[in-house]
Structures are given as C-alpha cells and as structure tokens.
Write a protein that binds this ligand. Structure first.
Ligand SMILES: [Zn+2]
Length: 305
C-alpha cells in the first residue's frame, strides 16, 4: 500500500462531513441506532464477543490487583477472545510532534510502519463496570474523548480507566456541533470542558475532538482550541458500529497508524449488545487484519513545558 499517497491530515469537504456525521452517529441519542443499522452484517459475526452483562464473565477474577499480564491467554479467553500481539515499543522519535503555541494540527492517522492502530472512545454515556474489568484484564490501551455533561454524573468511572494508563481528552461541554455555533460559544465549549476535565483528572487534555468531526478544519475552531489548551485536533479513519467498523478507505481495510473511533455505548444504542461485546468485536476485527492496538499518546510528543 502506498502510504505516501495518503495525507496525514485529512481535510473534509463540508458535504463529506455531513455524511460522516450521519453515518458515524457520534451521539448518545436514538439516531445512532438507525445510523448503524445498515452497517450491521446480515449474517452476523463470529461469536467473539463477551457474554451479556447479566451473564457476565466468571466473577472469580480479582477485581483489584493480580491482573493477568498482557497477552495472557487466560485473560483473553475469559472474554472469548484470543490475545492480540503486544504493541511494539513506543517509538523514541515520535511521528507526531506538537508545538506549545500556534495553530494546532488536525490528523486522523499517525505516520508509522508499525502494524498498529489506535482506539479512541468518545462521549462517555455508557459506564459499564464490566468494561473496566475488561480493560484491566486485557490491558488494551484506549484514548478517551469525554463530553463534560455526559460524564459529569460519574466522573469517577473514567478514573478507573485512567488508572490503567489511559489518557483523557476534550470532547466539548455538551456535544455541540461546532460549525453551527459562534466562535465565542466554540471557545466556551472547549475551554469549560478543558477546565472540568483538568480538575477531575489532574492533567489538562492534550487533544481535542469536535463532535461529528464537524468544523475540524475551520479557522474558528482552530483558534478556539488554541485558546483553551489542547494542542491537536484528532479525527479518525474508521468508526466502530456494533459488529464491524465503517471505513473511510474504499477497500475497507485498516492501515498502519489509523485512528479508530468507538463510543461508550450500551444496549440501548447497540441493538441489545453490551459495551464489552462491541469492544470484543472491535478487537477481533483489528486482529483478523493483522494489527494490534498501541497507545496513541506513545506516538505523540507533547510540547515541552
Ligand atoms: Zn461524540
């Protein structure tokens, strides 16, 4: 595949953005189910996902401490999965280098030849304790883009995921469609979320993702991001639905360095499937294409303090 042919920064035309928003359904509302319905394979997928929440995995595993090492087949088997290969060492020379000031880059993939993709999880509506248990067992890295008003009823849930080494990033106050609101409102959407997430999680979010990817390449949004603290706008190449990803690439294949979008969603938005079932299917789709999951922040050099 010709990596050079693909731009690291993806520029969306307005029409493409609208389509993207419609099909990715980056919401916690009811429209996401309809949006993803057409994307569910008619024949279903292999039974790789975990049991339902009510009939969850064996409670014998210790909820604290004693978690299996990465690649531990037993830990993966508990979730009806086979282990992904461990991620390669974090590159010493980061492919993404962020500046302390000035315009922020917009990217949806990271330039690397490692056979890795990066998993990002948005919004924060579903707060399934089984998902904490799953990531504790599997040690698969994720990056979270949280919307303040969607997580504020239980900031603590995400602290459990943060404690596993996962980073928390900014996804606005209330999931506004940024191009539809004036610059001052764009700024408050980002700055107020930045303040709340910093207070709750102890670290200022380094990255920002606009809801639906909307407005990502506009000067107004870039300015607002600069005023609020994040140092990059992060989009995605694939969007996880229920059983499979929706691909922007015509050949529907993952490429090294792709950023994958998923959501904290539960049965209401997943046609009865649980967060852990969806995530298990995502890992299976990544695995069957010969990739593993790496930590996005390991490929990004934050600005010098
Ligand atoms: Zn969202």
């Amino acid at each position: 595949m010709n990596r050079q042919a693909r731009s690291r920064t993806t520029v969306y035309a307005a029409g493409a953005l609208a389509l993207l928003a419609a099909v990715t359904g980056c919401t916690s509302g009811g429209d996401s189910g309809a949006a993803s319905a057409a994307l569910v394979p008619a024949s279903g997928s292999p039974a790789t996902a975990a049991p339902s929440r009510s009939a969850g995995p064996s409670p014998t595993a210790s909820p604290t401490g004693g978690a299996p090492a990465a690649g531990d087949a037993a830990a993966w088997a508990k979730w009806h999965l086979t282990p992904l290969p461990p991620a390669p060492p974090a590159p010493a020379d980061k492919p993404v280098k962020l500046a302390r000031t000035g315009p922020v880059p917009v990217f949806s993939e990271v330039k690397t030849s490692d056979k890795v993709v990066f998993v990002t999880i948005d919004d924060g509506a579903e707060k399934d304790p089984k998902f904490v248990e799953m990531l504790t067992d599997l040690k698969v890295p994720v990056s979270m883009f949280l919307t303040r008003d969607i997580v504020k009823d239980d900031y603590g849930y995400f602290k459990h995921l943060q404690a596993l080494g996962n980073h928390i990033h900014n996804h606005t106050v209330d999931h506004a469609q940024m191009s539809k609101v004036p610059p001052e409102k764009q700024k408050s959407e980002i700055c107020d979320a930045q303040a709340a997430l910093t207070q709750q999680y102890g670290t200022p979010p380094l990255l920002f993702r606009p809801p639906y990817g909307d407005g990502a390449n506009t000067p107004a949004l870039n300015t607002a991001v600069q005023q609020c603290g994040p140092r990059a706008v992060v989009l995605w190449r694939e969007s996880m639905q229920i059983h499979d990803m929706q691909y922007q690439a015509a050949d529907k294949k993952l490429r090294a360095g792709d950023i994958v979008l998923a959501h904290f969603r539960g049965p209401k938005d997943l046609k009865g499937e649980t967060m852990t079932q969806m995530f298990g299917e995502l890992l299976a789709r990544i695995q069957e294409q010969g990739f593993t999951v790496a930590r996005l922040e390991d490929y990004i050099e934050a600005p010098a303090a």
